[in-house]
Ligand binder design. Structure first.
Ligand code: NDP
Ligand code: 8X3
Length: 253
């Protein structure tokens, strides 16, 4: 039986998650890849060594029962998860708070917060019991730096940051590591999702600037996983060179 380590990546059907899947597969790891798009999961599984190397789980992370079912029905050879990347997430809309759709707010809370909680809670007992494991959460610069229209998206990523730190406090002595990676502007399907398939609006986010690539985040995850076991990077903000924080803004009459 293979003894290569197992990484579970939520939201592996595009962007950071897919780049992580490709990199870790290339390095000989076995993968559990998740997302809501079965066809993309199947194609990725085929590309990454088939069912022996890559297990697919098609579910919505915001569906608590579906998450519990996915974890409890993992094949035996994939049941011991060494690394969980809580990556599945999304932003919806960029409207000011008084104009936003409440449904969008709920979807972001359900996915970015509740989905991350369900997956974390499912994986932790086994890691604590084994006194080994690593949870890497994908937060965002948006959790640190608010911007107009970011409202609930920023709030969800601030939650991810503080939750990551607080879980570390619970896990002290367990050897289980937790890191929150906080990427800045990265060219993935993120903006297409945020602007609900308006491609020209999404493309403008990346026009005339150099964004992070999904592979940059995957390489960061790989580096983190390979730090010595006695080292825990708690938070890591990662911006494109072409991005920085702006000044405070003022309303003037
Ligand atoms: P993508 O849209 O390319 O990928 C998002 C992934 O999340 C997809 O695989 C999608 O799969 C999955 N996903 C979304 N909602 C759900 C859900 N309810 N249940 C299961 N899976 C879901 O975007 P990114 O790769 O850029 O985003 C990955 C993470 O990085 C997100 O948490 C995002 O907030 C964060 N981030 C992104 C930045 C950026 O600028 N791109 C910067 C900082 C952080 P499917 O649709 O198949 O369900
Ligand atoms: C995604 C980056 O700045 O669009 O988390 O919120 S940003």
């Amino acid at each position: 039986m293979s003894t290569s380590p197992v990484i579970m990546i939520t939201g592996a059907t595009s962007g950071f998650g897919e780049a992580c899947a490709r990199l870790f597969a290339d390095k000989g790891w076995r993968l559990i890849i998740t997302g809501r798009r079965q066809q993309r999961l199947d194609e990725l599984q085929q590309a990454l060594g088939g069912a022996e190397k890559t297990h697919t789980c098609c579910f919505d992370v915001s569906d608590r029962q579906a998450v519990e079912q996915a974890f409890s029905s993992l094949p035996r050879s994939f049941s011991q998860i060494d690394v969980l990347i809580n990556n599945a997430g999304l932003a919806l809309g960029l409207e000011p708070a008084h104009e936003t759709r409440l449904d969008d707010w709920e979807s972001m809370v359900d996915t970015n917060i509740k989905g991350l909680l369900y997956c974390t809670r499912s994986v932790l007992p086994n890691m604590v019991e084994r006194k080994a494991g690593y949870i890497i959460n994908i937060g965002s610069v948006a959790g640190n730096w608010p911007y107009p229209g970011g409202n609930v998206y920023c709030g969800t990523k601030a939650f991810v940051r503080q939750f990551s730190l607080a879980v570390r406090a619970d896990l002290l002595g367990s050897n289980v590591r937790v890191t929150n990676i906080e990427p800045g502007n990265a060219e993935t399907e993120f903006s297409l999702v945020r602007f609900k398939d308006d491609k020209s609006r999404a493309d403008k986010v990346y026009e005339g600037t150099v964004a992070l690539r999904a592979e940059d985040v995957a390489n960061t995850v790989w580096w983190l996983v390979n730090t010595p076991e006695h080292v825990n990077v708690t938070t890591m903000e990662l911006m494109p060179t072409h991005e920085a924080n702006g000044p405070m803004s003022f309303h003037r009459e």
